[in-house]
Ligand binder design. Structure first.
Ligand SMILES: Nc1ncnc2c1ncn2[C@@H]1O[C@H](COP(=O)(O)OP(=O)(O)OP(=O)(O)O)[C@@H](O)[C@H]1O
Ligand SMILES: [Mg+2]
Length: 206
């Protein structure tokens, strides 16, 4: 079972993924928590290039292929072996981030991006995608308050982040059987409660 968390900057993906992993483990599941970009030694080196604020002149397709390279490594080294071993894989961002950011955000051709994604993942699609929806102003303010890294994407305009959010909502509406849209504006505990409820509803085996 591959479950992905998606959403704009600061929507709470990393926070919620950790809590969900703890909860699933307490229920007796073998859980692998992965993140993108990165999640492998090679992927983490690619992540550093992608997040370096100094890399302002990155060509849009170079960005796409860096994310794709990181993803190909993660799928091959972590996700497929874990799924084969019967584990639950929780992934903090995955292929839909490429469609939202590079497609809707930067305006690259969605069909071309889908082809790159298919090559990088070998067609591995999530069983369930939890989309944490938040206004970009709120998410970016949370990130700033949290005092985490300032990365290359934080330099993007609010308009860019609004296109990303609208893109996510568009993707979710196209595949309602895979996506669940979650209001992420509540407290950490409220959002976690909602996510657990959704998992129990969607995946009775859990
Ligand atoms: N529901 C919430 N209410 C208020 N603050 C929150 C909430 N969830 C997370 N935060 C805080 O907001 C910041 C961003 O959260 P988190 O890193 O989980 O988001 P993210 O979606 O993983 O962000 P990014 O896209 O940057 O990886 C952190 O400082 C976190 O503690
Ligand atoms: Mg995060």
């Amino acid at each position: 079972m591959l479950i992905t968390l998606e959403g704009p900057e600061g929507s709470g993906k990393t926070t919620q993924a950790r809590l969900l992993a703890d909860w699933l483990r307490a229920r007796g599941h073998d859980v692998v928590l992965a993140r993108e970009p990165g999640g492998t030694p090679i992927g983490d080196q690619i992540r550093a290039v992608l997040h370096d604020p100094a890399n302002t002149d990155m060509a849009p397709w170079a960005e796409v292929f860096l994310y794709a390279a990181s993803r190909a490594q993660l799928v091959s080294a972590v996700i497929r072996p874990a799924l084969k071993a019967g584990k639950v894989v929780l992934c903090d961002r995955y292929a839909d981030s490429t469609l939202a950011y590079q497609g809707y955000g930067r305006g690259l051709d969605l069909e071309a991006l889908r082809q790159v994604i298919a090559l990088a993942t070998g067609g591995l699609t999530p069983d369930l995608t939890l989309y944490l929806d938040i206004a970009p102003e709120v998410g970016l303010a949370r990130r700033r308050a949290g005092g985490g890294e300032f990365n290359r994407l934080d330099q993007e305009t609010l308009e860019f982040h609004r296109r990303v959010r609208a893109g996510y909502l568009d993707l979710a509406s196209q595949e309602p059987q895979r996506w669940v849209v979650v209001d992420a504006s509540g407290s950490v505990e409220e959002v976690q409660e909602t996510l657990r409820w959704i998992l129990v509803q969607r995946i009775p085996a859990l």
